[in-house]
Design a protein around this ligand. Sequence first.
Ligand code: PLP
Length: 387
Amino acid sequence: MLVNPNVDRAIEPPIAEAQSWITGRSFPNTKPLINLAQAVPSYPPADSLQDHLAYKATLFETAQYTEIAGIPELRSELSTHMNKIYAGNTTLDNVLISSGCNQAYCLTIMALARAGDEVILAEPYYFNHLMWLEILGIEAKMLPFRHEKGGIPDPSDAAKLITNKTKAIVLITPNNPTGAIYSQEIIAEFYELATERGIALIIDETYKDFLGPIEPHGLFKKERWDQTFIQLYSFSKVFSLTGYRVGSIIGGTKIIQSIIKVIDTLAICAPRISQDAALFGLLNLSNWVSEKQQIIKARCDFVRELFEPGKTEFELVSSGAYFAYIKHPFIAMSARQVAIKLADEANILCLPATFFGSTQERFLRFAFANASIDEMADVKSRLETLS
Ligand SMILES: Cc1ncc(COP(=O)(O)O)c(C=O)c1O
């Protein structure tokens, strides 16, 4: 049997590769493993949410399909939630519930582009975004990494990449892997460019609940936002529900209708219990979310302090939400070699930034949301002992 060559050529799942570097190893109590590889919340979902789902699991309704686009009450509640944050004018007809934000991205790309088309990503990109384009035979065009701008891409670079095959620009803010949070102004410039050139602007806002002091973008306020902008979102991080697989797409009704065809074929609908979880969270967990936001913010502030210029040979390029993007000092080594060195000698598992782009040899990604403040302090002292 021959495998689709597009799938064959796509990169291997990176997190699995990083896990393999520590498989079979045990770690002493004096120097336990600090796992900064995957971006997962370090705390369980709220007790009240778990109780609610235990009750929901007893109902026949929970075992049944929902509407293709998702439970109307959830779509309506999410639309209200976004309108409040972004001063927007979305309605439930703009909302589709997916099985996580990765699926939201895959569905959106399938509805917009086909083999031979082009989609613009920003390097360093989220690896699953590239993998999906590779699998579909869509060409990824890369916005260059702007180290001097803290990793924030430049709209004028995007203008040069757009051709008559381009269907969309994809941005992520707060960003994975860099943690950089894009300003309203930069996002507005990308929006104007996409509108002018008649292509979609897709923004993956998986980490929107961890914006810190940055103002939310103003795109949902634009009169004709639905002609250009598509927002992707995830309930994975905000309610600590990564295993439930639930996310969303907000876009114009036309693109949502197209995406309905795709998800109907792929999944029929997102799992109902997961949609119930998201709805419960939106209705009941704002205080719980605020507490968690404070915890993550404290970790982020602490990481910024730890890596202040002059304090270490490791340079903090950018940080925010769940991530710190670090320039390592080992000029003669590849990022992968450095990450393996950290795993072997410092018992720290992180990702080499080459997982996010071939030009990223000098960088590492630390997903600090997984680690306590004490663990991050330990990370710094372990880095200092490396030679
Ligand atoms: C930028 C980005 N998008 C999407 C996802 C996946 O989200 P979900 O769990 O909702 O599929 C992640 C997870 O790490 C992410 O970092």
